[in-house]
Ligand binder design. Structure first.
Ligand code: NAP
Length: 535
């Protein structure tokens, strides 16, 4: 079924609407497999430089904005997003099949992220100011006056994911952190939620205008990844890339960025299977509740979360057997939810078929298919550590509500398992910390896991990421392209900055943040000691 459309909408480039020359796309309601909303024109590769030229021009003034101006801009963007909240929530539900509660929660998180980065811009500690005043009398050599601050890299290309149409999309964490750092953003809209992208893009464009910033500070491009996305990353004016999505997409952009005459960093968050370790004391406790909580984490958002539990390690023995029976019971009465697109649903179904075909893997439990299109039944399979370690494809992410239970018979096997694990966003341990044996085993696991994982949790579930100062949403490859950073939380700003040292620069010529009188009231490290602002 195809609904009639009322109008055609375009990319938002340099403050204006730019019609694309490479066809059109419409949103699709995945619950009905039906096109919905207006048409969006797609840009041709050759049109990308209208946005990158404008972004490069904008960089000249935007990078010099003071903390107040930058934070006011981010707060205005948050306000405008909130004002369009009802339309955004409706659009998210139609284009992604995600329920209203999830859409509202994600909107609140996105608005909160923009305000958080407004505070980061205002505080200015990300500038990392370090001052070592001259020591002319030092022997054997005098010390020069050395001052360091961090500068924004330049225009950043951002690619959003299908599974977070707000928090990892147009106004999401990559955009907020790049803008807070002083980098203009050119955003490649995800074609699975074009209407939502337009609403958020307009809110940010309006904030740019209201705050008197150069219109090239933010642009939103509709186009095919293979054409517009690749052209964007090849463009010499783009200085860094933020990406969330598939491993194939992320690695392709890494290759494109590395092949440029001047290579640039790509911060891609890609694939993770998030192992959960149930230690023996955990399955001696309330197994029914543990099983219910696991199934809720597995099936939430149809399993389309980068932190969804893909591996569950369960001890062999009667308690473990009974826990698996509780999972079977819980899952049997659980229905599948609408997935984001028919393509993602098909990939999930094919992934499950491949899993079923692996020797040593058995079906353990299956839920019910949902009542809409694209809502396959959640499923759990079972194997042992030996099979997992000898079958590389079992490490591949299946994006959706499919989990592999791995039975283990000793702590040593768990350590072997961790040694064979690829980089992960999360790992979770369940145990009774009063149990001495399990506490000791958990200590050994922790020491190994911290080398492979971005976030380690105890007695909880990895789905649900708290956005703040201490969070890490990252991890070694293939969880991300660069395990030294995070794509969620305030530390994300570091990805878009570069330190520069200024030696013996006269006070009158020093950048504002490095002047003796500290006009921006910054936290600074002076002669090895942190100094807090006086106000
Ligand atoms: P995706 O297919 O990687 O797409 C993300 C964005 O990148 C889209 O705008 C896409 O544009 C663009 N893109 C993808 N490949 C590209 C390439 N080679 N060159 C240039 N641009 C490219 O991710 P998705 O649509 O969000 O989800 C698809 C699959 O990714 C899922 O089935 C799942 O396996 C995985 N996934 C993983 C996570 C995670 O966090 N671990 C999150 C989301 C998705 P076009 O669509 O126009 O190509």
């Amino acid at each position: 079924m195809v609904e009639t459309t009322v109008k055609t909408l375009n990319s938002l480039v340099n403050g204006t609407s730019l019609p694309g020359e490479a066809g059109t796309v419409r949103g699709v309601d995945p619950a009905r497999n039906a096109e919905t909303g207006p048409e969006f024109t797609l840009l041709a590769e050759s049109q990308v430089e209208e946005a990158t030229r404008a972004a490069a021009e904008a960089f000249e003034s935007y990078r010099r904005t003071d903390p107040e101006t930058r934070s006011a801009f981010l707060r205005t963007a948050a306000d405008r997003l909130e004002e369009s909240g009802e339309a955004i929530v409706e659009s998210v539900q139609i284009e992604t099949g995600l329920p209203e509660g999830r859409a509202r929660g994600e909107l609140a998180r996105t608005v909160g992220q923009l305000r958080l980065f407004a505070r980061v811009a205002e505080a200015g500690d990300y500038l990392g100011v370090r001052i070592e005043p001259a020591l002319p009398e030092r022997t054997p050599l005098p010390r020069p006056d050395l001052r360091q601050r961090k500068l924004p890299l330049g225009p950043v290309a951002v690619f959003g994911a299908s599974n977070f149409p707000l928090a990892f999309s147009v106004g999401g964490g990559d955009t907020a952190s790049a803008l807070a750092a002083g980098c203009p953003v050119v955003f490649k809209a995800h074609n699975a939620h074009p209407g939502t992208a337009q609403l958020v893009g307009r809110a940010i464009t309006q904030a740019v205008e209201e705050n008197g910033l150069h219109p090239g500070t933010f642009s939103l491009l509709y186009g095919r990844g293979s054409a517009v996305g690749q052209a964007l990353v090849r463009d010499p004016r783009i200085k860094a890339v933020g990406f969330t999505g598939s491993r194939s997409g992320g690695t392709s952009l890494m290759e494109t960025a590395a092949a440029r005459e001047v290579p640039i960093p790509v911060y891609a968050e890609m694939s993770s299977i998030n192992p959960i370790f149930l230690l023996p004391s955990a399955v001696r406790g309330d197994r029914k509740k543990l099983a219910a909580d696991f199934v809720a984490s597995l099936n939430g958002s149809a399993g389309q979360l980068c932190t969804a539990p893909g591996l569950l390690l369960v001890p062999s023995g009667e308690d473990g057997d009974d826990f698996v029976r509780q999972v079977v019971e819980e899952l049997t009465s659980t229905s599948g939810l609408t997935m984001l697109t028919s393509g993602i649903c098909n990939a999930r179904v094919e992934g499950e078929e491949r899993l079923r075909g692996v020797s040593g893997v058995e079906a353990a439990a299956q839920g019910q298919a949902g009542s809409t299109e694209n809502a396959p039944a959640p499923a759990v399979y079972s194997t042992d550590v030996e099979t997992f370690l000898s079958t590389p494809e079992l490490s591949d992410e299946i994006f959706g509500a499919v989990c592999l239970i791995i039975r283990y018979d000793s702590d040593e096997r768990l350590l072997d398992f961790v040694d064979g694990l690829e980089g992960q966003l999360t790992a979770t341990l369940h145990l009774d910390a009063e149990d001495g044996d399990d506490a000791a085993a958990a200590g050994r696991l922790l020491e190994r896991l911290e080398l492979t994982v971005g976030r380690i949790l105890f007695n909880g579930w990895p789905t649900g990421v708290d956005v703040g100062d201490a969070i890490v949403h990252g991890g070694p490859y293939p969880a991300t392209s660069d395990g030294r950073s995070t794509s969620v939380g305030t530390l994300a700003i570091e990805r878009f900055l570069r330190p520069v040292a200024y030696q013996n620069v006269p006070e009158g010529l020093r950048p504002t943040e490095l002047r003796d009188e500290n006009p921006w009231d910054l936290v600074r490290r002076v002669d090895g000691e942190y100094q807090l602002p006086e106000s």
